[in-house]
Design a protein around this ligand. Structure first.
Ligand code: URA
Length: 229
């Protein structure tokens, strides 16, 4: 049970004062009865606002991130969160990305307000597979597959080599990489290691989650059961 005004302000419906005004307008019902006392302790599933259920459970979202948006809460660049409904941007706890994609990377990114889930899915121990589609500045040489798979690639500033990753060459300038780590700028640095440069990067998979029919900037809610790790 939670106070109605606290519940609704945590869900982004407004400040506690604004919730009071919404309640006075008669828009909130509790088990079918109009509820105007915002101090009442309620179960979220008993509350409707304008006859609609409230999204009180934890949110897990999959988005097809467009390039040009940053996975940060605090930056002068366009934030990925600005693509979410305004009310979701005001939820407490905050919705955060599960891991990060660079500003110029597109593709699958999960977001959640469930801190435990976020922690579990970003833990290096989980070894979650991420699939990246890469476009390169220079032609591939052919030995990159072996180097990526060697488990001996030591990137600058790192104390441990990268775990083996699977590189599939599509044509001279395009490849797919499957990684189980998530080091800073990892794909770009790995191609830098083999003397190349990434000109375009798209993540097509995170665990079993794909962008499917989501257009860039679109998102949908998924459930815990949808994520197979
Ligand atoms: N590797 C990168 O270099 N950038 C990303 O955004 C993701 C993986």
């Amino acid at each position: 049970m939670i106070r109605l005004d606290k519940l609704l302000s945590n869900l982004g419906y407004g400040s506690r004062k604004e919730i009071q005004y919404i309640a006075w307008s008669g828009a909130i019902t509790h088990k079918g009865e109009v509820l105007k006392d915002v101090s009442m302790k309620v179960e979220p599933e008993d509350i409707l606002i304008n006859d609609e259920k409230i999204d009180a459970s934890k949110l897990i979202i999959v988005m097809n991130k467009p390039k040009g948006f940053i996975c940060s809460h605090n930056d002068s660049a366009k934030l990925i969160y600005s693509l979410l409904p305004t009310r979701w941007q005001q939820r407490n706890p905050k919705i955060s990305t599960i891991g990060r994609l660079d500003i110029d990377t597109s593709g699958v990114i999960l977001l959640t307000d469930d801190g435990n889930l976020n922690h579990a899915l970003t833990s290096p121990k989980k070894n979650i597979t991420k699939i990246y589609e890469v476009e390169l500045a220079s032609a591939l040489r052919g030995d990159e597959v072996e180097i990526f798979n060697s488990g001996e690639m030591m990137l600058k500033g790192e104390s441990k080599p990268c775990l083996p990753s699977k590189l599939t060459i599509k044509d001279s300038h395009h490849a797919t990489v499957e990684l189980t780590e998530g080091r800073y700028h990892q794909v770009k640095r790995m191609f830098g290691y083999v003397g190349n440069r990434v000109v375009s990067l798209h993540r097509s998979g995170f665990a079993n989650i794909k962008v499917d029919d989501l257009k860039e900037g679109e998102f949908k809610i998924i459930t815990y059961d949808d994520i197979k790790v």
